[in-house]
Write a protein that binds this ligand. Structure first.
Ligand code: GRF
Length: 199
């Protein structure tokens, strides 16, 4: 299966997929990596693995809708079976969702629907929850609201600060991402309303 991965930052989730895909038995390979900005480690990781990259910056387009169309076209060129947002810090628009809405995954660093948005672990700490985790879901038009594929729980420890909790979540998140993407590409999936079924 063909994976296109979208990144905005360090790309550690991308790296986990690149490493897993080195084994042909995994059943998927990363055919391209896209970003919304230059100069990020995620693009360097792709280049180091010999994977083609593209960058679509919102500010290079007259409107957000134009950006959405350009991103959609770039992703489509690589004919993905799955598109994976791995720390991609942009909400895609209707054009993208029309093309990839049933095969666009995102990984979020809390147990949704609690603490959506870009400061999930910080918000979870501030609330005082004792368990949080990571959620893999299919993206819909909302922010962190789409049908859930899998979740993994991570304890909040007494002496956690935002950095320590964020890192502990990311370890579990990477394992979940690799395992579940492998399962999806090998088994297939259906989305019925909010329910994701893997046969
Ligand atoms: C992940 O924890 C994701 O949940 C959050 O950003 C992080 C991305 O990390 N939105 P990386 O770029 O894969 O290292």
């Amino acid at each position: 299966a063909r994976l296109v991965v979208l990144v905005s930052g360090s790309g550690s989730n991308l790296q986990a997929l690149l490493d897993a895909a080195a084994d042909p038995a995994y059943g998927a390979r990363v055919v391209a990596v896209g970003a919304d900005r230059d100069g990020i480690a995620g693009l360097d990781r792709a280049a180091a693995a010999g994977v083609p990259t593209f960058v679509d910056r919102v500010q290079d387009h007259p409107t957000r809708a134009d950006w959405d169309k350009a991103l959609t076209a770039h992703v489509a060129e690589h004919r993905p079976d799955l598109v994976i947002s791995a720390g991609f810090l942009k909400l895609v628009g209707p054009h993208f969702l029309a093309a990839f809405g049933d095969r666009y995954l995102n990984t979020h660093n809390t147990l949704l629907p609690a603490f959506p948005g870009i400061h999930g672990p910080r918000d979870a700490l501030a609330y005082g929850v004792k368990v949080t985790g990571a959620t893999l879901f299919f993206v819909d038009a909302g922010m962190d609201t789409g049908p859930i594929v899998a979740q993994v729980a991570v304890p909040v420890l007494n002496d956690d600060d935002e950095e320590a909790l964020t890192e502990r979540i990311k370890e579990a998140e990477r394992l979940q991402l690799v395992e579940q993407v492998g399962r999806l590409v090998r088994e297939g999936w259906t989305i019925t309303g909010r329910k994701v079924t893997v046969p």
